[in-house]
Design a protein around this ligand. Structure first.
Ligand code: CS2
Ligand code: MG
Length: 404
């Protein structure tokens, strides 16, 4: 079998997505997600200008060799753009291989280790009453676990909170230039224990709760927040501190028993080396789309399993249904599955990317369609062109740029 064609489809059914479609001489096609929120066109160009010419004429079954060739052959390694491009190729080739075998991808990854994939949904509010209503809505939708984000008194906007109670990305994404949000770490640190006190008082001690600090704290501030939240028994505290400083997590870890999740902005195993080998985290957050594909992410989960660390694949609306489907196949197959983030998609996005995976009462299943089980409606995709969009920038009260 040979690759005879490959193309990049950029579409914006409410937000931008980048999809790679590979076609073989036997008529099989494979899809890969290459969406990098705010830098979509960079990945599209990397694929169009530097990857696709190298793929034509190669054997699509040689996934590992192609992956290693794209990773080592570029000379310039790692980084979100490179690894999103490689991820799209990897997933498209796994899609083709599984279709050729007539099997859903999870069967090629060792088969099912569970019957269904547990998720968490997003609850948010500009204030606590609105947040509690949002938690009720997620519970009504069946989510077994819920991420809690709220506004902070005195701040205009906060990550994960939108005026209508949806994820902050929904607003952030539609800005042609980065929105500037304000931040006050001390105000946040004072407020967050009160938020979880209110949620626990309203919903009891059993509901698994997650929280995303979104890279905003120093290690000692992260230690303080994690310690202050211990009475509320979080499922995890995510991105408590910018973790490119992996050693910084040693300080957090020594102060708290709150489970820690990190890694959605990581793109190779080297970003995790200290975090995993020293057991400084409990969940790894990377997504198939940003970590180079199914091949390296499976290896990462196997490394994490040696240290009793579990998966928590990143699954916001800026991972396309193609990347989400690949994640769900991995979620079903690996033994050290933890949880899958799933914030859902607009109806239009669902129509652009018809898929075999199902989301029922808070649980996902990849389905039994051969491959990853996603199609691309190219005519509908073409009707929704790319729109320039950026993630927000955060500034402290004195105007200093801060992590968003
Ligand atoms: C967030 C993401 O879902 C999460 O955990 O950190 O929504 C993140 O803000 C976006 O993926 C950025 O594009
Ligand atoms: Mg996050």
């Amino acid at each position: 079998m040979k690759i005879v064609d490959a193309k990049v489809v950029v579409t914006s059914p409410g937000r931008n997505f980048v999809t790679l479609k590979i076609t073989t001489d036997e008529g099989l096609t494979g899809l890969g997600d290459a969406t990098l929120n705010g830098r979509e066109l960079s990945v599209a160009s990397y694929l169009q200008d530097h990857v696709i010419p190298l793929l034509i004429g190669t054997d699509p079954h040689r996934i590992e060799d192609t992956w290693q060739g794209l990773y080592r052959g570029a000379y310039w390694r790692r980084g979100p753009v490179t690894m999103a491009a490689i991820a799209a190729v990897d997933v498209a080739l796994w899609d083709i291989k599984a279709k050729a075998a007539g099997l859903p991808l999870y069967q090629l990854l060792g088969g099912a280790s569970r019957e269904r994939v547990g998720t968490y949904g997003h609850a948010s509010g500009t204030d606590i009453p609105e947040l509690l209503d949002s938690v009720r809505a997620r519970i009504a939708e069946g989510y077994p676990s819920i991420r809690i984000q709220t506004g902070v008194p005195g701040l205009k906007a906060v990550y994960g909170v939108h005026s209508t109670g949806h994820d902050g990305d929904a607003v952030a994404h539609q800005q042609a230039r980065p929105m500037v949000e304000d931040w006050d770490t001390a105000a946040y640190m004072r407020h967050i224990p009160e938020v979880f006190e209110a949620v626990r008082n309203e919903f009891g001690p059993e509901l698994p709760l997650l929280h995303d600090a979104h890279h905003r704290l120093t290690p000692i501030q992260a230690a303080r927040v994690a310690k202050d939240l211990e009475p509320y028994r979080l499922f995890w505290l995510e991105d408590c501190t910018p973790a490119e400083d992996q050693e910084g997590l040693r300080l957090v870890r020594q102060h708290t028993t709150t489970p820690l999740a990190i890694g959605e902005v990581f793109n190779t195993v080297y970003d995790y080396q200290t975090l995993i080998s020293e057991k400084l985290i409990d969940y790894v957050r990377s997504a198939v789309t940003h970590f180079g594909g199914v091949s390296p992410l499976k290896k990462l989960f196997d490394f994490a399993a040696q240290h009793q660390i579990k998966s928590g694949i990143h699954g916001p609306e800026d991972i396309s249904p193609v990347g989400m489907a690949a994640a769900i196949h991995l979620d079903l197959a690996i033994h050290n599955f933890g949880i899958q983030e799933y914030s859902g998609y607009t109806q239009l996005t669902e129509e652009v990317f018809p898929h075999a995976y199902t989301f029922t009462n808070g649980y996902l299943h990849p389905g039994e369609a051969p491959g990853i089980g996603v199609e691309l409606n190219e005519d509908l995709a073409a009707a929704h062109e790319y729109k320039a969009a950026y993630l927000p920038v955060n500034r402290l009260q004195d105007g200093t740029v801060h992590d968003w």
